[in-house]
Design a binder for this molecule. Structure first.
Ligand SMILES: NC(=O)C1=CN([C@@H]2O[C@H](COP(=O)(O)OP(=O)(O)OC[C@H]3O[C@@H](n4cnc5c(N)ncnc54)[C@H](O)[C@@H]3O)[C@@H](O)[C@H]2O)C=CC1
Ligand SMILES: C[C@H](O)[C@@H]1OC(=O)[C@H](O)[C@@H]1O
Length: 256
């Protein structure tokens, strides 16, 4: 098992990519805590996923705490420390992408996207890093960025800068936290079928276009991110920091 007894936190772990990563970490022997926004629907999903995690014979915990609150990071760390006694791996995955055109982008849509995806990531990573530093035994921090950190999207002008931001955050944190043995890396998914793009991909032309751009011939599934996340979390990646890993079926390199 690659993560035996590691203490892992996954934000946005109630569904989609975060849930797949959380379950794979549990399968690999980790104790796993998850978070998501504080709504009744989200609490239900968190509790259900926490039960699935525990079914692997490891410990699980969950907390409903919205990423856009700067105080959330500390609460996430406290949840892992209370449940497992510490934190070894922190995976910042929670995010939103409310597709919208640029010229009439509502201010609130822009500000919430930045608050959840980038500001939330900053404060959560900062809290996790301080805990890991105090523990004195290093750690692994992973941010779920995106292929959209590298390329644009006409309906994602509020979103792509946040994904470039978390990629850059991991690069700078790799330098800031290297002296403490804390590794920081970014995962860059391509188009993965989840609730975040359910409406967007309901358009058959858009879906066919995205599939056609993917050399491996299919859109991604949440599970496609699970193995890469476990690798970066594990001691197999002991000398990997400041790296970014595209998990996109080859979409990014597909010019012609
Ligand atoms: N699905 C895709 O094609 C891609 C997704 N990503 C990124 O992957 C991450 C996960 O997205 P998906 O699993 O696809 O979407 P999803 O909608 O299935 O899951 C998003 C997760 O974030 C949580 N979340 C949303 N708003 C939150 C808030 N305000 N506070 C706390 N938690 C909140 C949700 O509860 C859920 O657990 C996001 O950061 C997204 O930007 C990156 C590239 C591609
Ligand atoms: C939500 C989009 O489908 C998705 O998010 C990203 O980061 C990429 O742009 C994907 O296509």
């Amino acid at each position: 098992m690659l993560l035996q007894n590691k203490r892992v936190f996954v934000t946005g772990g109630s569904k989609g990519i975060g849930r797949a990563i959380a379950l794979k970490c549990a399968e690999q022997g980790a104790h796993v805590a998850i978070s998501a926004e504080d709504t009744p629907e989200s609490r239900e999903a968190l509790a259900a996923t926490a039960d699935e995690i525990a079914a692997f014979g490891v410990q699980s915990a969950w907390i409903a705490a919205s990423a856009q609150d700067p105080a959330t990071g500390e609460r996430l760390v406290e949840t892992a420390v209370t449940a497992f006694g510490g934190l070894d791996v922190f995976i910042n995955n929670a995010g939103i992408c409310p597709f919208h055109s640029f010229l009439d982008m509502p201010r609130d849509t822009y500000l919430k996207t930045v608050d959840v995806n980038l500001n939330g990531a900053f404060f959560a990573v900062q809290a996790a890093a301080n805990r890991m530093k105090d523990q004195g035994s290093g750690g692994s921090i992973i941010a779920v960025s995106s292929i959209s950190a590298l390329v644009g999207g006409g309906m994602q002008t509020h979103y792509t800068p946040t994904k470039a931001g978390v990629l850059s955050l991991m690069q700078s944190c790799a330098i800031a936290l290297g002296p403490y043995g804390i590794r920081c890396n970014a995962l860059l998914p391509g188009t993965i079928e989840t609730d975040i793009n359910r409406d967007d991909l309901a358009d058959p032309d858009k879906r066919a276009y995205m599939e056609g751009r993917t050399p491996l011939g299919r859109l991604g599934a949440p599970d496609d991110l699970a193995g890469p996340a476990v690798f970066l979390a594990s001691d197999m990646a002991a000398y990997v920091t400041g790296a970014s890993l595209l998990v996109d079926g080859g979409m990014f390199v597909n010019l012609q």
